[in-house]
Design a protein around this ligand. Structure first.
Ligand code: AGP
Length: 626
């Protein structure tokens, strides 16, 4: 969603704020704006569209202000126009506010303010905040902190805000309620941002604000308060990131860089999750070291996974693994559906929230709901058991659930998830094998065989990247004008077909459907003709012959057939018009390889079309609103 950034200190703020917005632009890019306090006035500049438009407006300005706030917007309330861009100000233009989130009771507050003569300049929910703060300051001889505190207590919804005032030129007030904001600590200078990439170029000493907390930042230091006014003691921690991690490092787009980082991510997951030496002869110890307590996983009768988008696809791969390898019945739910229509309560149930950002509002709400509805039970088998799988253990998810599997993918900037998906799938391999071992659902020899296969994956992924990227880039030329695509898969590769279709939709704006190959004949086959390419994932295993037959059905309708299939498979070579070969691998492990050509295909088609791959229209990297 939106990105907010703030600075107070010894340097000119505007350069630091713009640099911060650049790092946060993945969160939204409908408009951008900046406000600083200069010579007793607020200096506010805003522009519709991407950050570049704001930068052009600011070009040539030499603004020495040492305090400021800035915002990049993903529109929720009000069109993406300049008048709706943040920062928003009070009538007298003495207070400027930026916000990420949604103020749910803004209509009531707006009417109330209007009834007292307040005039609004935007359609946003945010504009009520500066007007309310101005009223508080006018009503009583109070501090800026206290005025903000009184106002945030009136706001309903999920929000993170930063506030400056022309009358308090040495104070930046930051608040958080259910939307992320992290503080950064330098020498006599302090920062706040929606996400850490905006901070790492300046400092690695950070402190995420928690829900219901306010920070008063001055050039002398940072004070933290609760929304009820109590001073809190907090200590920053050190991030083990470096600024290079948030640069493109020679790649044209972050997405391509992140696709290429995947073998390294799988290596990191193998190291973090598995005993590297484990063999069948070590059957008296677990092959995994996830650090999850026995009470979370013993006697499980049911696992329910809640997630959105790509994370939901990873959840589907997880379901396949957990059911087919460990033998635990598993259901996968869209978090946005589950939160309002949860499955009936079952005994001994583990609920897993999968979210790379750890901030997706629907996933957090589904988990919160699950926790709450089970809190009334005294029977141990009905109490909640919650686990999170995330790339950001320091996120809101980390606060909400007691146990986390960290996916170790490193920061992902491209809006289309790639390496974080692969890392989530790796987390599910680890969890499934952990459960398999605990439940003795497979023999040690079978476990060892899976582990041997997993350890070979990084090198096999490198083969796919090295041997296929150029070819897929050329292949993408054929599809620059294509309007519809179908992706087919079965079994463990059905979620990969969904993921391939989602990637293509997100960044190339081509309509694409992912379908279980066997279901085509029940309807979607009517869509096929010579203009609709079909990408089928056909990996030898339980459903190989079936997928090839389904592909033949598509071929009989003149569709161009593209097969993601192992090298040197004659039957596949005879079936498909175009082959994208991947190394021979056990079907169970194949998603980690088969997803790569689909990511590359989506990437190159979008790049060929000249689209903004890293910041596709209408999307945001983390969706912190409902
Ligand atoms: C992925 O390419 C998408 N941008 C999107 O579907 C994403 O996976 C979804 O919004 C969930 O995000 P999360 O993993 O941070 O919860």
């Amino acid at each position: 969603m939106c990105g907010i950034v703030g600075y107070i200190g010894t340097q000119a703020a505007s350069g630091i704020l713009l640099e911060g917005l650049r790092k946060l632009e993945y969160r939204g890019y409908d408009s951008a704006g900046i406000a600083t306090v200069l010579e007793g006035e607020i200096h506010c500049v805003r522009a519709k569209g991407k950050l570049i438009n704001l930068e052009e407006k600011l070009a040539g300005e030499d603004n020495p202000a040492r305090i400021g706030i800035a915002h990049t917007r993903w529109a929720t309330h009000g069109k993406p126009e300049e008048y709706n861009a943040h920062p928003h100000m009070d009538t007298a233009k003495r207070i400027a506010v930026i916000q990420n989130g949604i103020i749910e009771n803004y209509r009531d507050l707006r009417e109330e303010l209007k009834s007292r003569g307040c005039e609004f300049r935007s359609d946003t929910d945010t504009e009520v905040i500066p007007h309310l703060i101005a009223e508080q300051l006018a009503e009583s001889d109070t501090s800026l902190l206290e005025a903000v505190r009184l106002v945030v207590n009136r706001l309903k919804g999920a929000f993170a805000i930063a506030v400056i005032s022309a009358d308090y030129p040495d104070e930046l007030i930051v608040g958080r309620q259910q939307a992320p904001v992290v503080l950064g600590f330098g020498q006599g200078e302090f920062y706040c941002a929606s996400d850490t990439p905006a901070l790492v170029p300046y400092t690695r000493a950070v402190l995420p604000l928690e829900n219901g907390e306010l920070a008063r930042m001055t050039p002398l230091g940072v004070e933290i308060y609760s929304f009820d006014g109590h001073r809190l003691k907090k200590t920053p921690r050190t991030l083990n990131w470096n600024p290079v991690m948030v640069e493109k490092q020679g790649f044209k787009h972050f997405m391509l860089k992140e696709i290429y980082e995947q073998p390294g991510v799988v290596r990191a997951c193998l190291e973090a999750y598995f005993d590297g030496e484990w063999a069948a002869t070590d059957a008296d110890k677990s092959p995994t070291h996830l650090g999850l307590p026995p009470e979370l996983l013993t006697d499980l009768q049911h696992i329910q996974i809640v997630a959105c988008g790509t994370s939901w696809h990873a959840g589907l791969v997880g379901k396949y693994l957990i059911e087919q390898v460990a033998g635990v019945p598993t259901t996968v739910h869209y978090a946005s559906e589950f939160r309002y229509a949860p499955a009936p309560i079952t005994s001994n149930t583990l609920t897993i929230g999968v979210t790379q950002s750890g901030e997706t509002a629907d996933t957090l709400a589904a988990l919160e709901m699950e926790k709450k509805r089970r809190s009334g039970f005294t029977q141990p088998e009905l109490q909640s058991r919650l686990l999170g799988i995330t790339n950001r253990p320091e996120s809101s998810l980390g606060d909400l659930v007691p146990h986390i599997i960290d996916t170790h993918a490193g920061i992902e900037i491209g809006v289309a998830a790639t390496k974080t998906f692969v890392a989530q799938v790796m987390a599910f391999y680890a969890l499934a094998l952990d459960l398999t071992y605990r439940r003795t659902a497979k023999s040690p020899e079978q476990l060892e065989e899976i582990l041997i296969g997993l350890r070979q994956l990084p090198a096999q992924m490198e083969v796919v990247l090295e041997s296929q990227e150029r070819y897929i880039e050329e292949l993408a030329h054929d599809f620059a004008e294509t309007q519809d695509f179908i992706f087919l898969g079965r079994g463990i590769n059905f979620p990969i077909a969904l993921e391939g279709a989602l990637k293509l939709k997100e960044i190339s704006y081509i309509h694409a459907e992912g379908y279980p190959a066997g279901e085509m004949k029940h309807g979607p086959i009517a869509l096929l003709d010579a203009k609709v390419p079909v990408v089928a994932i056909a990996m030898p295993g339980a459903v190989y012959e079936k997928v090839l037959s389904n592909a033949q059905e598509a071929r009989a309708r003149d569709a161009r057939l593209i097969g993601v299939t192992p090298m040197d498979e004659q039957e596949a070579a005879d079936t498909f018009d175009t082959l994208i070969p991947v190394p021979h691998v056990d079907e169970l492990l194949s998603p980690i390889l088969t997803v790569i050509p689909l990511q590359l295909l989506a990437y190159h088609i979008a790049a060929r079309r000249g689209l903004d791959v890293d910041q596709p229209r209408n999307l945001a990297k983390s969706v912190t609103v409902e």
